[in-house]
Design a protein around this ligand. Structure first.
Ligand code: GAF
Length: 390
């Protein structure tokens, strides 16, 4: 999106010229799924699709926000000190939530503003449109109100919006991937210690194709919180049996095999097994990518999907159809769901020469099996949040 047309859109919404344009990306996760609330590793990257914001200050105490993605919601207005959660709030819960959680750290604002947002991330698609907007607003307010906080503070604040303000027990992966995003790099993050490392995504002749099921994934409606609770139960049973670990991410596969009997429940064993092995698999995938062993990397990506299907049970027919069809196409190194699952997006690593046929073939099978079309985008791995115009 070019910034002049964004400013024009601001003008159409608010009737005057907006001032500064900002951007915050979405993310894909290469591997390491449902490990971030289990103290494990994740391996995501920010992408060039994301959320744009046009900002202008006001000299009163009103905040007015307008989203081009939800025009029916119109201009929503609130006062700078009226930030309490309201379950009837539409997307305004994000600016309010970011301000509410930052206010807890003494970071407030002393005048209102108008904000126009327009995202090119498909909504509720598992590409983190929520974290994208949380980091967009955090970065805008940090800049405009001279909060002087670092990106990690904004990342943690975004997670606090999800956990404390909205009541979703998500991990830190999405906000971290977005806030710390770097062009052409994935970030290997140990969610136990928050130690991280950038890894160049060098895929040779291959690109990452994002495959959108076009089935909405609503975290609130999904079994996300239930999966997290199951992992916590499994961990508690292992700890009760005398194993000295703080998270499932502390266990090696061998240790887990030895201790799994302590869980004594088929479903909980499957959930924990995914968390433990996916964590190890993520480290192996990072090693394979770093060493240029792309076939091995692709196989680990496939294995991740299989585990999310059988052990974690978060894929569903739409994501399975995309991944399983992708596996059969020529020039494909690997494919898996990305994000929380239950709908949303999958990714495939595809040879550039095969991309057009890949999209056609997978698209045709998906439409036949599911009854409506999937969408496809080639991912560009991109930088984190930034101000676009001065
Ligand atoms: C969602 C959550 F927000 C992340 O924290 C992560 O748990 C992911 O699902 C699954 O890996 O995107």
């Amino acid at each position: 999106m070019d910034y002049q047309s964004l400013k024009d859109e601001f003008n159409t919404a608010f009737g005057y010229q907006g001032e500064r344009v900002y951007f915050s990306p979405g993310r894909i996760n290469l591997i390491g799924e449902h490990t971030d609330y289990n103290g494990g590793n994740v391996f995501p990257c920010a992408i060039s699709m994301g959320t744009y914001g046009v900002y202008a200050p006001r000299d009163d105490n009103q905040v007015r926000v307008y989203s081009a993605n939800l025009p029916d919601a119109g201009i929503i207005t609130y006062q700078i000190d009226q930030l309490a959660f309201d379950k009837n709030d539409s997307w305004v819960k994000f600016p309010k939530g970011v301000m509410y959680e930052m206010a807890k750290q003494g970071k407030t604002i002393d005048h209102g503003f108008d904000l126009f947002v327009h995202g090119d991330l498909p909504d509720a698609s598992g590409l983190s449109s929520s974290a994208s907007i949380e980091l967009l607003i955090g970065n805008i307010l940090n800049q405009e109100f001279n909060w002087g906080v670092d990106q990690l503070t904004l990342v943690k604040n975004g997670q606090a919006v999800e956990n404390d303000y909205l009541g979703l027990n998500t991990g830190i992966m999405d906000q971290f991937a977005i806030g710390m995003g770097k062009k052409d790099q994935a970030v290997l993050l140990d969610t136990n210690t928050l130690k991280y490392e950038y890894v160049p995504v060098e895929l040779g002749d291959n690109v990452v194709v994002i495959m959108n099921t076009n089935k909405r994934r609503e975290l609130t409606d999904s079994k996300y919180n239930e999966r997290r609770a199951e992992c916590e139960k499994a961990l508690a049973l292992i700890q009760k049996g005398g194993v000295d670990v703080k998270t499932l991410g502390d266990l090696s596969q061998e240790e887990f095999d030895k201790d799994a009997y302590l869980i004594n429940d088929d479903t909980l064993i499957k959930r924990a097994r995914h968390a433990v092995i996916e964590n190890q698999r993520t480290l192996r995938a990072k090693k394979a990518l770093t060493e240029g062993q792309l076939d091995e990397f692709g196989k680990l990506v496939n294995a991740s999907h299989v585990s999310l299907h059988y052990d974690y049970e978060v894929t569903g027919k739409e994501l399975d159809t995309l991944a399983e069809t992708a596996w059969k196409q020529p020039g494909v190194l690997g494919a898996r769901m990305t994000g929380a699952g239950f709908g949303g997006c999958a990714i495939a690593i595809v040879n550039k020469a095969n991309v057009d046929d890949f999209i056609k073939n997978v698209g045709d099978v998906y439409k036949k099996e599911i009854g409506y079309a999937a969408s496809f985008y080639v991912a560009n791995i991109a930088d984190g949040p930034r101000q676009i115009t001065a």
